[in-house]
Design a protein around this ligand. Sequence first.
Ligand SMILES: C[C@](O)(CO)[C@H](O)COP(=O)(O)OP(=O)(O)OC[C@H]1O[C@@H](n2ccc(N)nc2=O)[C@H](O)[C@@H]1O
Ligand SMILES: Nc1ncnc2c1ncn2[C@@H]1O[C@H](COP(=O)(O)OP(=O)(O)OP(=O)(O)O)[C@@H](O)[C@H]1O
Length: 286
Amino acid sequence: MLILNAYAKINLALDVLYKRPDGYHEVAMVMQAVRLADTVTLTSKPNDIALSINISGLPADASNLAYRAAALLKPYAFPQQGVHIRLDKQIPLAAGLAGGSADAAAVLKGLNCLWELNLSLDELSKFAAQLGSDVPFCLYNSTMLATGRGELLEPLPPLKSCYVVLAKPAIEVPTSWVYQQFKADKVSRRPDIAVMRNCLAAGSLTGVARNMVNVLESVTISAYPEIAKIKESMLRYGAMAALMSGSGPTVFGLAHCQEQAEAIACQLKAEGVPEIFVAETVSKVE
Ligand SMILES: C[C@](O)(CO)[C@H](O)COP(=O)(O)OP(=O)(O)OC[C@H]1O[C@@H](n2ccc(N)nc2=O)[C@H](O)[C@@H]1O
Ligand SMILES: Nc1ncnc2c1ncn2[C@@H]1O[C@H](COP(=O)(O)OP(=O)(O)OP(=O)(O)O)[C@@H](O)[C@H]1O
């Protein structure tokens, strides 16, 4: 039996460069893993793939990204090798935190061991990219620059360890809709990735905080102003910076320490924000 942590991600910077002929958008993103995790338990069983999940509202069938990850690797295993996948979800669904992608990446990494496939991380990355743009990052965690449609990764100097508050309003935002609605002329500020890289290299959390920009806010916040309210609240309660993660709707705030993060979380809870988490950042590849 193998038990893996499938970590959520946040986007410290997200820029959309242009729409590509294949329908995807060329992006440049600074991605960061955080210690809010689903638990993925893989148990050997004969022949086929089975999946169970601790929550309803998520299909436990062949459409699930965790199942699809196992199905991708199955042809490389012996026919009698199967697996039971157990997902214990903690990462909220459709939140902009790559929960499904993290599960899929954990299944790829775990089955590589359980089925003794001996695939390199590079090879696993190619399978990961077939499952979704965020899945390759979830194989590596830590702090990465993601380009292409998000699948081309370059390690960045790891973000100095800190705590984040994650707050999800009670809305679900489909990623495809956000990208479809994106218009470059509606963006007021774009991230400077080179400056962000320098701030990371210098270990400057305040520098990172000052340069956190996500151009997809121009779409999601226009449709859901409650996201802007959560950002404002986080700043009022002392966060160094607050930004929407990915396509939203979750907002994350950078805090100086765990105590401050917990205090911000408490105040957001009192305001009625339904789902709030405090998590440490992941500062090395795990
Ligand atoms: C918003 C982010 O989460 C930021 O990390 C990612 O860019 C999205 O990653 P993801 O959820 O793994 O995305 P995918 O499952 O590959 O694609 C979901 C939808 O978003 C659109 N999409 C995604 C990534 C990208 N670079 N351009 C896109 O236009 C795709 O057309 C697709 O309709
Ligand atoms: N194991 C899984 N966990 C969560 N969602 C899954 C899973 N498998 C498939 N899905 C589907 O994928 C959709 C998006 O899920 P996810 O929670 O990964 O969104 P997200 O956090 O917005 O991802 P991203 O940040 O990559 O856009 C969900 O609506 C769900 O139906």
